[in-house]
Write a protein that binds this ligand. Structure first.
Ligand SMILES: Nc1nc2c(ncn2[C@@H]2O[C@H](COP(=O)(O)OP(=O)(O)OP(=O)(O)O)[C@@H](O)[C@H]2O)c(=O)[nH]1
Ligand SMILES: [Mg+2]
Length: 248
C-alpha cells in the first residue's frame, strides 16, 4: 500500500535520530512509501540533523517552513506535498510508536471500503504523561466529545491515518489538528479509534502549556461547533461509480 508519513517538528534535535531509526524498520522492504518531516523553522540543530539523515535514508523528505507557523500549518504543508494518497501522521517527539503504523494502515484498508472519507485515530489507552497532563486531557476530551459528538476518546493523539485529498478539503485553522475527528464526521466521514502505544518524552519539552491549550481550546471548540451546525453537505448517490478501480 502506498502511503506518506508526515511528521511535524519544532525544536526536536534529540528526538530526530532515534525516531528515524525506528521508522527505517517500518519502511524496510516497502516500495512507494515516504516520510516527510516538516520543520517549523526550528532554532536548534533539528534542520542540520534532518539534512544529514536525508542523505542516508532515501525515503526521507524534509520541508522547512520559512517562518514558525504552528503544528497544524506544518501538518497541512506536509499533506499538501505528499506523493501518496494515504497519509499517516506521527508526533516527532517519539511519544508515538512507529510500530503502530502498520496496524493503522490495515484498519484503514478494512474500514474505508466503499467510503472515501475515513479516519483511523490513535487512542493512547495507557498514557505516559504526568498526572496533571492526563487529568487536563481527560477533561478536555470529555467536554469536546460531549459538545461535538465526535465519538472519539483521544482526538489529540498524534498518530492517525486518513486520505490526503479528504484531509485537504477540511477547514484549515491554527490548532485544527486537535479536531480532525469532529471535522471529518461533520462531512459525513467515518472515524474509527484504535488503541496505540504511548511513550514518555525522552528529550526536549512539550510546546504547549495548560493555559494556552485551554484558551485556544475553548475558542476552537466554539468555532468547530459552529462549523458543524453550518456545514454544507453534498452527499449524493451515483448510479455508476466513476472512480472504480482507483481505490488506495
Ligand atoms: N511544526 C510544528 N510542530 C510542532 C509545534 N508544536 C509542537 N510541534 C510538534 O508536534 C508534536 C507534538 O508536540 P508536543 O509539544 O509533544 O505536544 P503534545 O504531544 O500534543 O503534548 P504533550 O502531551 O504536552 O507532549 C511534536 O512532534 C512537536 O515537535 C509547532 O508549533 N510547529
Ligand atoms: Mg508530545
Amino acid at each position: 500500500m502506498r502511503f506518506s508519513v508526515v511528521v511535524p517538528v519544532l525544536n526536536e534535535e534529540e528526538n530526530i535520530t532515534p525516531l528515524l531509526h525506528e521508522l527505517s524498520a517500518v519502511m524496510q522492504d516497502k516500495q512507494e512509501v515516504e516520510v516527510i518531516y516538516v520543520d517549523d523553522h526550528s532554532t536548534d540543530r533539528t534542520p542540520e540533523i534532518l539534512t544529514r539523515h536525508s542523505a542516508e535514508f532515501p525515503w526521507l523528505r524534509v520541508i522547512r517552513l520559512r517562518r514558525q507557523s504552528g503544528q497544524s500549518a506544518a501538518l497541512r504543508c506536509g499533506v499538501q506535498h505528499a506523493a501518496y494518497p494515504l497519509i499517516v501522521t506521527l508526533d516527532g517527539d517519539g511519544q508515538n510508536d512507529p510500530a503502530d503504523i502498520q496496524q493503522l494502515i490495515d484498519i484503514y484498508r478494512r474500514e474505508s471500503h466503499e467510503i472515501t472519507l475515513c479516519l483511523v485515530n490513535g487512542h493512547r489507552v495507557t498514557r505516559k504523561d504526568s498526572g496533571w497532563r492526563r487529568w487536563t486531557s481527560f477533561i478536555a476530551n470529555t467536554v469536546r466529545s460531549h459538545v461535538l459528538s465526535d465519538d472519539t476518546p483521544d482526538s489529540g493523539c498524534g498518530i492517525k491515518a486518513f486520505p490526503r485529498d479528504g484531509f485537504l478539503q477540511l477547514p484549515s485553522f491554527n490548532h485544527m489538528h486537535r479536531f480532525v475527528p469532529a471535522l471529518i464526521r461533520q462531512r459525513g466521514g467515518k472515524v474509527v479509534s484504535v488503541a496505540v502505544h504511548h511513550r514518555g518524552r525522552s528529550s526536549g519539552k512539550s510546546h504547549y502549556g495548560t493555559l494556552d491549550r485551554l484558551a485556544a481550546g475553548i475558542i476552537d471548540l466554539i468555532g468547530v461547533y459552529w462549523l458543524g451546525r453550518r456545514a454544507i453537505r453534498t452527499d449524493t448517490t451515483m448510479e455508476k461509480k466513476h472512480h472504480e478501480g482507483q481505490k488506495i
